[in-house]
Design a protein around this ligand. Structure first.
Ligand code: T6T
Length: 325
């Protein structure tokens, strides 16, 4: 390496506050614990995290549970803590039930960053001493996402009629916030839309499909449904199709796996709101690395959305946000 190159590298290291030897010699291990492993959203997040890990020479460990549930996620977290990684990135599956399990990591000196979901209020590093110990929260703006969904569904149904939210279960920060944003926008902006009682499906698309048919049996003039995450949306859309109501009952989907996006052209799904999970994973690893090399990091990082419908779905700049399976 030229002297100039060495000087440039050294001054970069210094300006970022990291010792050059530390930055070059230590290979960090960063664990990523998703909400569940078999979900295109988290598979896409893993890809983004791996891209950052490769660029930074970090070892990424991806370890999760087969379903979105604190009962199965906490043992995975305990096993990861026992391996003493240099940092933990986690999508906590419950705002309260993951607080004490994650405090164990914090008490063991392992930095915690939450990705996608948060614990407590999601306000970290406030000095409140409750669930404020994670260093950063990296995610979509889920309240805004719910408002976007409300506006899209209201437009699809012509601004009036009955709709409901197909959701997972209370206690998950992301889907709680999407429902809140959806209801707020409907109440403030669309007085002629009636939002019926939320149907909770425990992240089971089959349950979401039968709930759609149940609501339709009770409310024959149902106009639309907002699926607040991948499995809620997929199930609701399947329910509409099975009921022979494609195009009559409008579907706005949060998340954008191929199985949802493929249904835009058939008219079964009107709009898919793609999150940018690869960016969440990427910035998760970059932030952990920055912290581990002596830099301060933002307490929250917001990633964006891409709104997909039948008119833009084949644009490569849109299609690149369809999730990996
Ligand atoms: O919608 C995503 C994620 O943001 C949410 O926290 C849980 O569900 C998904 O993983 C989709 O299945």
């Amino acid at each position: 390496r030229s002297i100039l190159g060495a000087v440039a590298a050294a001054s970069l290291s210094l300006s970022l506050g990291m010792g050059a030897a530390q930055a070059q010699d230590k290979k960090f291990t960063i664990a990523l614990i998703p909400g569940l492993t078999t979900d295109a959203f988290y598979i896409t997040m893993q890809k983004g995290a791996q891209a950052a890990a490769d660029a930074l020479g970090v070892e990424l460990v991806f370890q999760g549970a087969p379903d979105f549930n604190p009962v199965t996620q906490v043992p995975v977290l305990d096993a990861v803590i026992a391996r003493a990684p240099d940092a933990i990135l986690i999508a906590p599956t419950d705002t309260t039930q993951l607080v004490e399990p994650l405090r164990k990591a914090h008490d063991a000196g392992i930095p915690v960053i939450t990705v996608d979901t948060f614990i407590g209020t999601g306000q970290y590093q406030t000095g409140a001493g409750d669930a404020d110990f994670p260093l950063s929260y990296i995610a979509s703006d889920n309240v805004l996402g719910g408002k976007i969904a409300a506006r899209a569904l209201a437009a699809a149904i012509g601004g009036e009629g009955k709709v409901y939210v197909s959701n997972v279960k209370p206690g998950i920060s992301t889907t709680d916030q999407r429902e809140a944003g959806f209801k707020q926008a409907m109440a403030e902006e669309f007085p002629n839309v009636t939002v019926l009682e939320t149907q909770f499906n425990e992240n089971d698309a089959n349950k979401a499909a039968s709930q759609l048919q149940g609501v339709l049996a009770r409310e024959a003039d149902l106009k639309g449904v907002f699926g607040a995450n991948l499995f809620s949306a997929l199930g609701a859309a399947n329910g509409v199709q099975q009921a022979g109501q494609t195009g009559n009952v409008k579907v706005v989907a949060f998340d954008a796996p191929g199985s949802i996006v493929d249904n835009l052209s058939t008219g079964l799904v009107d709009v898919a709101i793609a999150q940018h999970p690869a960016e969440i994973g990427y910035y998760g690893v970059v932030s952990a690395y920055a912290h581990l090399t002596g830099n301060s990091i933002p307490v929250s990082i917001g990633t964006g959305f891409t709104i997909i419908d039948k008119n833009n779905v084949s644009d490569p700049n849109v299609a690149k946000y369809v999730y990996s399976e």
